[in-house]
Design a protein around this ligand. Sequence first.
Ligand code: TRP
Length: 464
Amino acid sequence: MANIPASQGGRTSLHGQWSSRVAFILAVTGSAVGLGNIWKFPYVAGANGGSAFVLVYLGCILLVGLPVMMSEILIGRRGRRNPVETMTLVGEEEGTSRRWGWVGGLGVIAGVLILSYYSVIAGWSLDFIIESLTGSFQGKSGEEVGAVIEGLKGSWQRSMLWHSVFMGLSVFVVARGVEKGLESAVRFMVPGLLVLLFVLLGYAMTTGAFVEGLTFLFTPDFSALTGDSVLKALGQAFFSLSIGMGAIMAYGAYLPQETSIPSASVTVVLADTFIALLSASIIFPIVFANGLNPGAGPDLVFRTLPLAFGNMPGGIVFSTLFFVLLSFAALTSAIGLMEPAVAWSVERFGLTRRAAAIMIGLVIWIVGIGTALSDNVIADVQILGQSWFGAVDYLTTNIMLPLGGVLITVFAGWFMSANSTSSELGGAGAGFRAWRFLARFVAPVGVLFVLADGTGLLDFVTGG
Ligand code: TRP
C-alpha cells in the first residue's frame, strides 16, 4: 500500500492501491470486458437492426464513453474514497455542494441492481461449463442446442443454484480485497478469452455465411434506427464500459498519482470495443448459417456458440475452456459492480471488507431471485410490459447509467475547476481541451437528448 506524498496533494485510499499502471488497466479492462461484450452486445445489436446500431454504438463510445470514463477516473483519484464519499468531498473542495454525494449513491444502487441479473446470466455460463464437459452440444442441431438453454431457463431450481454459486464466488473474491482478489484474476482471463475468440472466428469463417454476418454488422441501414434503438446503443456503451455508476470512480480511487488517465482510458476503451466487435463477428455468421433469428434475444449467444463448438474438432475442450473463461470475465465484472457498495459500507459503517462483501452479496442475491424466476415461476408477471429481468435491465442500462454519466461529466466539466481537472489529466494541452469540450457540451447534451427521445419524454413535452 503506497502512500501518496503530501507534496502531490493527494489523500490516501483506505483500501490500498493498484501495484502498478498495468494492474489498474487490467482491473478496469476486467470490469469492462464481460458478459456485456460477448452476451449482450450481439443480442442487442441483433434485435436493433445490426449495422446502424453498431455505428451509433461506436459514436457513443467515442463521444460520450471516453470522456465519461476519464471524468470518473479523475474524480475518483481526487477523492480517493467510495463514490458517495468521493463526490461529497470533491464537491465540497471544489466549492460547490456536498449533495453531489447523491450521484455516488445512485451508482451504488445501480451496481446492486445490475449485478442482481448479471449473476443469473453468469450462472448460465457456469452451467454451460458442465454441459460442455459432458458433451451436451456434440453433433447437435440448432434446435437441440436451443433446448439446453430453454431447459435451464425454464427450471427455477437450476437458475437459483447457479445464481447462488456465482454470487458466492463474487463475495469470495471481493472479500479478499483490491490487490489480491482483483488483479490475479484478470491477468490470464483477457488473453485467454482472446485466444478462444480467435479460434471461434476461424470457425465462423468456415460457416459459409461469414460475409453475410459481417454485412449485417457493418453495412449501415439507418431506416432501422428509432429513438429507442439509439437509446439502447447509448445504454449499451455505458454498460459495456462499466461507466455511469461510479465503479470506475471507485477503481480510480486506488490509482497511483503518476499514472496517465487519458492513456489508460484509451487502452481500456479500445480493448473493450474490439472484443465486442469480435464476438459479434463470430455470432452472426453462425446465426445466418443455421437459419437462426438475429433478434432472438438474451439467449442468442447460448444458442450459437455451443452450436459452433458442437460442430468443430476438439469442441469439448474448446467449449469447456470458453465457458470457464466467460465465467471469469463475468466474475471480474461482478467485483467491479460490487466495489462501490462494498467500499461504501466499509467506510460508512466501519465494517470489515469481509462483512461488507457478505452483506452486500446477500442483498444482491435476494434481488436477483426476481431474475432467476423471471423465465419460469413468474414468467407471467409483467412490469410495464416487460419481464422482471427486462424491466431491471431497462431501468439500469438505459436510464440509470446514462443519467449517472451526465451528472458525473457535468460535475467534472462544469463544477470542478479547470485547474483541478487539468492537473489530474496531465496538463492543459489539446487533449485536455478536447476532453473538456466533450465533457461540458457534447456528452451531457447528447445523452439528455437521446434519453428524452428514446423514452418518449421528448414526444410528451413537444406534444408529438
Ligand atoms: N461492463 C460489464 C460488462 O460488459 C458490465 C458492467 C456494467 C459493469 N457496469 C459495470 C462491470 C460496473 C463492472 C462495473 O459485462
